[in-house]
Ligand binder design. Structure first.
Ligand code: IVH
Length: 673
């Protein structure tokens, strides 16, 4: 393609992609599927690779990241990024309202409209647009100086890289620079997906922590994968310095930003009260977490007159919703043994309704927590769900009536294998040191190995693993590959057919990628992302095993703690035995050419082939789907994502049509690859 035509095509693709970004992130009404979107992006990336001179800083191809940043430079904010003072009651809100009124009346101003907005639970950032182009994005930092994280922010599709609208004139001041402030946050579903990809010991407690952690990552490709989004709540530097805040929010919407949509003009105190009341329940239905309401004086021209204290402005305030609480009884405490031997006390509670669900268990984290709470079995306890989905015990209720309560007995021995527990120096957790023989640890290890993001052996469920472990058939994941049908047939609820299927599923898992295997091993602190980095840095297993601590710490996002943990892992004798078994079974001990996925066009999709393909051998086509993140299934159900129908496809095709499952032909399949 000639340069001129390429330029046209690139422009067309960019426009198209940004339109879909807008529809997805701002309007929440996507009109194309994820993989159609990815295909557009891929075409653009391919074209830009052929014509590097046509790459510009506003190209959506930058959204996939790829740049590694060693450290983020400090930048000074144009104006300090202040925080808000918090209030927790309607009374305090009324005080704020009265205070603003008095201050304004002293100046002879009678008007006092407020804008009420939802308070998003994320991380505040400032974006600078020069001549409509995003040139800088920074964290709040200490309010005066923050970190320049532009590379990472560019990966967030809800942040426009260029403001291309008919209202351009309104923001082109003399320096043609405007500032947009807002909150980067993670939707609940994206948060759940992220946590699922992480080792249990490293999961984020809530979307806000996940967002803060992600924004600081050095690998922007990983930032892009984690899917964050952005809500704008401030617009500064426009020509019309007197434009009211409400109008600015609307202008932000026109410029292509998501503004939360639920903000409202409140002329009187009772309008504010109504807004707060309305959203106290409705907010649970939103796809993201909010923890309160922000009130801002609409008349921006009066902001300066009211001024600010050292920390927060006098013209705005945050109202925080009280955390949802309930009182119930602590019936008992059980001690769970994790796959890494960690003992976690779990509270068993008398079932109680709380923020839309019934709660009967809650984690107590560790023994220190039990002591800190001073909680005893039989006590009445207050449980709380704040932003987080998981409830926790926050204290013993005042009217506990703890006369009949009993202390929580901390076990001295592992509840699974009876080995005396140990507690490493400087750690809060107790461990079962019997790594090799503790059934609970073995069970956890096998379940992790077989889990969806690891080797994805779906038929290997909890009940089955329990039997395999208790009968001594499996001591580590390496043993899975020598299981035979006759052994499995002996187990409860296992017929010949399910035994044959299980052996086949285990066999099939050998074709999974090297990266997946690295994750599946269950090395402490090595989640999917770290496994991917490790796979890239050490394409041969042997080289990884031989790597020293310093060398490992050179890998992006691997610090000394993770490096130490990797080295520890390989020094354990049982690990060596397991690795030998895995190697012998033919698992990928090195990155093959097929192991570097070209793309993730089939990510999360279940695919089935039916009928004869003309250009591919069936196995080959199935492998191509797997290499692109998809899963091959054997029968069509409503949950099947895609059916690829070849020549003379029969009953499966019919069933797919009946169930409304998407069907494509070989041509379309090729295009999707
Ligand atoms: S205005 C000077 N509006 O809450 C006022 N903040 O507790 C600065 N936040 O630092 C913020 N949603 O990170 C504002 N609609 C909203 C908000 C919001 C969430 C965060 C923001 C701020 C913190 C203050």
């Amino acid at each position: 393609m000639g340069n001129a035509r390429a330029a046209d095509e690139i422009a067309r693709l960019r426009k198209e992609i940004e339109r879909h970004n807008y529809l997805y992130y701002v309007e929440a009404e996507p009109v194309i599927s994820d993989y159609d979107y990815d295909r557009l992006l891929e075409q653009l990336i391919a074209l830009e690779r052929l014509h590097p001179d046509l790459v510009t800083p506003d190209s959506p191809s930058l959204r996939v990241g790829g740049q590694i940043t060693r450290s983020f430079p400090s930048v000074r904010h144009r104006e300090p990024m202040l925080s808000l003072s918090n209030t927790y009651s309607m009374g305090e809100v009324a005080d704020f309202y009265g205070r603003v009124r008095r201050l304004l009346l002293e100046e002879g101003i009678g008007e006092q409209e407020m804008v009420a907005e939802l308070k998003f639970d994320g991380v505040a950032v400032s974006l600078i647009y020069r001549n409509g182009l995003l040139v800088q994005g920074a964290t709040r930092g200490d309010g005066v100086q923050g970190d320049d994280i532009t590379v990472n922010l560019r990966t967030i599709s809800a942040i426009p890289l260029r403001l291309e609208t008919p209202v351009a004139e309104t923001y082109q001041g003399s320096d043609r620079e405007i500032e947009v402030r807002g909150e980067v946050f993670m939707r609940k579903d994206d948060f759940a997906r992220l946590n699922e990809s992480r080792p249990e010991e490293d999961r984020f407690a809530n979307p806000r922590n996940a967002t803060a952690g992600t924004l600081k990552l050095q690998d922007s490709a990983e930032v892009a994968r984690r899917k964050m989004t952005f809500v704008a709540y401030f617009l500064k530097g426009i020509d019309d310095q007197h434009m009211p805040h409400f109008d600015r929010l609307q202008l932000l919407g026109k410029l292509g930003f998501f503004t939360g949509d639920h903000y409202r003009l409140c002329p009187e105190l009772h309008d504010i009260e109504r807004f707060i009341g309305e959203w106290s329940e409705k907010r649970w239905k939103l796809p993201y977490e909010t923890d309160g309401v922000v009130l801002k004086l609409n008349a921006v021209r009066l902001w300066e007159r009211l001024g600010a204290t050292s920390k927060s402005p006098r013209w705005a305030i945050a109202y925080k919703y009280p955390a949802q609480q309930a009182v119930t009884e602590l019936l008992g405490v059980v001690f769970q043994v994790g796959r890494l031997g960690t003992i976690t006390p779990v509270a068993e509670l008398r079932p109680v309704r709380l923020a839309g669900s019934t709660v009967s268990r809650s984690t107590l984290h560790n023994f220190d927590e039990i002591e800190r709470l001073g909680v005893r079995v039989g006590d009445r306890v207050v449980i709380e769900k704040s932003g987080e989905v998981i409830p926790k015990i926050i204290r013993v209720a005042e009217d506990s009536g703890s006369l009949f309560s009993e202390p929580v007995v901390v076990p001295e021995r592992c509840p699974s294998c009876g080995t005396p527990l140990t507690r490493p120096e400087n750690e809060v957790s107790w461990y079962c040191p019997n790594e090799e023989g503790c059934p609970a640890q073995i069970r956890g290890r096998i379940l992790h190995f077989a889990s969806r993001n690891a080797m994805d052996i779906q038929s290997l469920g909890t009940a089955l693993v329990d039997q395999l472990v208790s009968r001594g058939l499996v001591k580590d994941p390496g043993d899975l590959y020598s299981l035979q049908v006759p052994q499995l047939e002996q187990l409860e609820r296992m017929g010949t057919k399910s035994s044959v299927n299980l052996v086949r599923a285990i066999e099939e898992s050998r074709t999974k990628s090297y990266d997946r295997l690295l994750f599946a091993l269950g090395i402490r602190h090595v989640g999917q992302a770290t496994a991917r980095e490790l796979g890239r840095a050490y394409p041969h297993f042997v080289s990884l095993q031989e790597a020293g601590e310093e060398e490992l710490s050179e890998v992006p996002d691997i610090g000394p703690v993770v490096a130490r943990s990797i080295i520890d892992f390989f020094t354990k004798p049982w690990v060596q035995a397991m690795l030998d078994k895995l190697d012998e079974a033919g698992l990928p001990m090195r990155a093959g050419k097929e192991k570097e996925p070209v793309n993730n066009n089939f990510e999360g999709q279940s695919v089935i082939f039916t009928g004869g393909l003309e250009r591919h051998v069936r196995q080959e086509a199935e492998e191509m789907v797997r290499e692109r993140g998809g899963r091959i299934v054997s029968s069509v159900s409503r949950k099947t994502s895609l059916v690829v129908a070849g020549k003379e496809a029969g009953s499966k095709l019919e069933r797919a049509m009946k169930l409304g499952v998407k069907v494509i032909g070989e041509d379309e399949f090729e295009a999707m690859l």
